[in-house]
Design a protein around this ligand. Structure first.
Ligand code: VG1
Ligand code: CO
Length: 543
């Protein structure tokens, strides 16, 4: 096969963020943009000659085209085998599972996750290592370094591979194996979750509504919830994936999954509602009239996971990202297990999971997962919830009420200021960083600052150090504000403000979060000058 060496030059802005490289789709489609990044990835991981890689994406616009380019480059770079989801589709957790199950050398996942899709929206690409998890910072740094010096890439000229027919074919010496995206993932779920118990609950009239948001989980949810667990057809809605997610924003939160929220807060609501994001790694859980915050969901799953067969021996430990609420810490303390606080992004959980120190982990941004893969996993969280509901016979609201009664309730909210001028956002963070040392002892309304710092993380397994992971302000009594800049956006800067307060008074466990957090919200503005520096009246998105 004719291997071509194409000349190229470094392209600015190919630094991977929280979860791989995310850019406007049109940027990814510019000459050499994708090719440069793919070659830099191959070079950054020490070449792919003789290796087996998993390849698939969330099916958004440009997915199939990009897969063809990656296959031709993988062939030119000497890969032995590429295992590709049928039609180029794999959910992120399913890709992670395949890497592990096949003992592959790694994988490439094409996704911009919860960001909208389409030619005028977003695209993304990331590399996951042999453990199935997102590349560590050490590896992404190498990839980024390579993007700055790259002068050529390798590609073969050949016709497009057939991505639709299951089975093996060849491109030069490289084997291309097309696999069903759902089969292995569904089989894995059956080993962890009590499908019989859920089937019985559903047969008894328990109603589910799963909103796939026109994204990748549609076929997974239909197979598992409808075909295997017997939920009536139509329990999965928006279940046909589309290249632009039906023109929507495949982000499972009360704002973007409003359709589901309206049903769950309406008359005759189903017993359980859930949604997932573009690439299937996030989840939203909502009972009739009771939305569960992701931080609370993590805590609930940690407290009841033993009800599912895959976790019947209990948990080794748990981990949460720093901005995630402390609810799970309280559960871990009660169980006498370790609880780790990591920077934002799933890559930081990998070492702890690999070392067997934690079984469950999660983030406030609707990501929950366990050691069954090395990504967060939306449908898995939904199934674990269903298992817990079936085994306990309780409702979502009952479970949450009991948990708050036992540990107190961590009122929690995240305020996002999106597409802020980058200089203004950096100015805000720099000014705040400069003030941190002086904040201690200062009062803002009824709140007095106990401690303020910039979060840094020393990985307890490999000792690597990650600096500048968010500014946090702790108040006496345990309330907290965290400020950080998003690392997944594609335009301007997004400032995230995370607000949290633990309430233990039994009479005050059912307040509106906005009311419960009012003093903290006011303090955040006073301390950081959010309104003044962003020129906004308030956040663009509150979750
Ligand atoms: C966001 C979330 C973070 C999550 C990341 C990837 O990152 O806050 O918790 O791990 O997205 O999730 P950031 O840097 O924008 O805050 V996904 O589902 O987009 O892969
Ligand atoms: Co995602």
């Amino acid at each position: 096969m004719d291997i071509q060496i194409k000349e190229t030059r470094p392209i600015d802005g190919q630094k991977p963020g929280t979860s791989g490289l995310r850019k406007k789709t049109r940027t990814f489609m510019e000459p050499h943009f994708l090719e440069n990044y793919v070659q830099a990835t191959f070079d950054g991981i020490g070449g792919i000659a003789g290796k087996t890689l998993i390849l698939g994406g969330d099916g958004r616009f440009f997915n199939a085209q990009a897969i063809q380019v990656i296959l031709r480059m993988a062939c030119a770079n000497g890969a032995a085998r590429m295992v590709v989801g049928q039609n180029g589709v794999l959910s992120t957790p399913a890709a992670s599972n395949l890497i592990r199950q096949r003992g592959a050398d790694g994988g490439l996942i094409l996704s911009a996750s919860h960001n909208p899709g389409g030619i005028d929206a977003d695209f993304g690409l990331k590399y996951n290592g042999p453990n199935g998890g997102p590349a560590s910072e050490g590896v992404t740094d190498k990839i980024f370094e390579r993007t700055k010096s790259i002068d050529s890439y390798k590609i073969v000229e050949t016709q497009d591979a057939d991505l639709s027919t299951l089975g093996e074919s060849k491109m030069g010496d490289m084997v291309i194996e097309i696999v069903d995206p759902v089969t292995d993932y569904a089989a894995l779920m059956e080993t962890l979750i009590d499908f019989d118990a859920i089937r019985k609950m559903i047969a008894g009239g328990f109603r589910i509504r799963f909103d796939a948001m026109h994204a990748v989980t549609g076929p997974y949810a239909k197979e598992i919830l409808e075909n295997r667990l017997g939920a009536p057809e139509g329990s999965v809605v928006n279940g046909v994936p589309s290249e632009d997610f039906g023109g929507g924003h495949p982000d499972p939160n009360p704002i973007w999954a409003k359709e589901l929220m309206d049903v769950m807060y309406g008359d005759n609501a189903p017993d359980f509602g859930a949604a997932s994001d573009g690439d299937g790694d996030r989840n939203m859980i909502v009972g009739p009239n009771s939305y569960v915050t992701p931080s609370d969901s993590l805590a609930l799953l940690a407290s009841k996971a033993h009800l599912a067969p895959g976790y019947s021996k209990g948990l080794a430990g748990v981990a949460r990202s720093m901005p995630t609420s402390g609810a799970v810490d309280l559960v871990a303390k009660a169980q006498g297990i370790e609880c780790f606080e990591t920077p934002t992004g799933w890559k930081f959980f990998g070492n702890l999971l690999d070392a067997g120190r934690v079984t469950l982990c999660g983030e406030e941004s609707a990501g929950t997962g366990s050691d069954h893969v090395r990504e967060k996993d939306g449908l898995w969280a939904v199934l674990l919830w269903l298992n817990i509901l079936a085994a306990s016979g309780k409702s979502v609201a009952d479970l949450m009420g009991e948990m708050w009664g036992e540990f107190g309730r961590c009122y929690y909210s995240r305020h996002d200021y999106e597409d802020v001028d980058a200089a203004a956002a950096n100015g805000l963070m720099d000014a705040l960083r400069g003030q941190l040392d002086d904040l201690k002892g200062q009062s803002f309304g009824p709140l007095t600052v106990q401690m303020a710092d910039e979060f840094a993380y020393d990985d307890p397994i490999d000792g690597s150090h990650s600096a500048r992971q968010g500014l946090r302000i702790l108040f006496e009594g345990g309330s907290r504000i965290v400020f950080r800049l998003s690392g997944t956006g594609t335009v301007g800067a997004t400032i995230r403000v995370y607000l949290e307060r633990l309430e233990t008074d039994p009479a005050l466990l059912t307040l509106e979060p906005a009311a419960a957090l009012a003093d903290i919200i006011a303090a955040a503005d006073q301390i950081a000058g959010l309104k003044q520096r962003t020129g906004r009246d308030g956040p663009d998105v509150i979750t």
